[in-house]
Design a binder for this molecule. Structure first.
Ligand SMILES: Cc1cc2nc3c(=O)[nH]c(=O)nc-3n(C[C@H](O)[C@H](O)[C@H](O)COP(=O)(O)OP(=O)(O)OC[C@H]3O[C@@H](n4cnc5c(N)ncnc54)[C@H](O)[C@@H]3O)c2cc1C
Length: 240
């Protein structure tokens, strides 16, 4: 079956913005731990977060972490995801989970649009599954039969990242130059965390919308002429 990415925010640090702000407060004020736990106002939280962002003091963002359940993505995309090292992952195993029914897979839009290509693609998925099952039935272990499963095969993964790594991840993967599938997944992750910690991620999204494009010669040219100070990230790219 053709799949689309599904991203759920499974759990996260309680009061993530306040947690980051408390860490910042300890850095900048003559307070002890007992006073640190005293309630500070929302305005104070926002002021501290703003100060961290302006100074580029990123380490307090590491105190807030977010755990996502992701499914409906391809192995191609999960491979790109796990290149991000400051994170924890638990991925459904192709070694222990035998796909006795037709495996789910991702169909890239460029192939979906072309009837002939789509038909050949879908036929190949069916054929691959038939051979995979044949191997299993012949007593070949799933850990070996899986070698013929394609990059398109759907996978499920639990991902935990702290806010600092997430901000870096969004910068790379929400870029319009990022590959479409990981970009879609990153946008969904950004949408989820923006619901619970909007101020931690307010400036996240395609990096060119808040500063100079980091892509150099590979730039898509989307905002090349706009001075960075006048750019604002359009919230429209985050689907609500
Ligand atoms: C547009 C694009 C094209 C890409 N093309 C390719 C490609 O052709 N081939 C390819 O192999 N990969 C490619 N990648 C993947 C890329 O090289 C990174 O592996 C991936 O994006 C993870 O990012 P990262 O290493 O910055 O950050 P993370 O692993 O998320 O780490 C976050 C930050 O921590 C720091 N850090 C982490 N580990 C170390 C370390 N060991 N030493 C020092 N600092 C560290 C760095 O500052 C790093 O930016 C591409 C990525 C993008 C976005």
């Amino acid at each position: 079956m053709e799949m689309k990415p599904n991203v759920e925010l499974l759990c996260y640090t309680d009061e993530p913005e306040r947690t980051v702000a408390l860490a910042a407060r300890l850095c900048y004020s003559a307070v002890g731990i007992a006073e640190l736990s005293e309630r500070i106002s929302d305005d104070e939280v926002n002021r501290l977060l703003k100060r961290l962002l302006e100074m580029g003091h990123a380490s307090p963002f590491e105190h807030a972490s977010f755990t996502f359940g992701v499914e409906g993505i391809s192995r191609v995309t999960s491979h790109q995801l796990v290149r991000h090292r400051i994170a924890s992952y638990s991925q459904q195993s192709q070694r222990y989970v035998r796909k006795t029914k037709q495996f789910d897979y991702v169909l890239p839009p460029s192939i979906r649009r072309r009837k002939d290509a789509r038909e050949r693609y879908e036929r190949l998925m069916t054929e691959l599954h038939a051979l995979y099952r044949e191997f299993l039935e012949a007593g070949i272990a799933a850990e070996d039969a899986r070698y013929i499963l394609p990059g398109a095969a759907e996978t499920k993964i639990v991902v935990t990242m702290n806010a600092r790594e997430l901000r870096h991840f969004f910068r790379q993967r929400c870029c319009t130059r990022a590959q479409w599938e990981i970009r879609k997944m990153a946008e969904l992750m950004l949408e989820r965390v923006s619901e619970v910690a909007p101020n931690l991620f307010a400036d996240c999204g395609p990096p060119c919308l808040v500063g100079p494009c980091p892509e150099g010669e590979m730039s898509c040219g989307r905002v090349s002429s706009a001075p960075s100070a006048t750019r604002k990230r359009p919230r429209a790219h985050v689907r609500r």
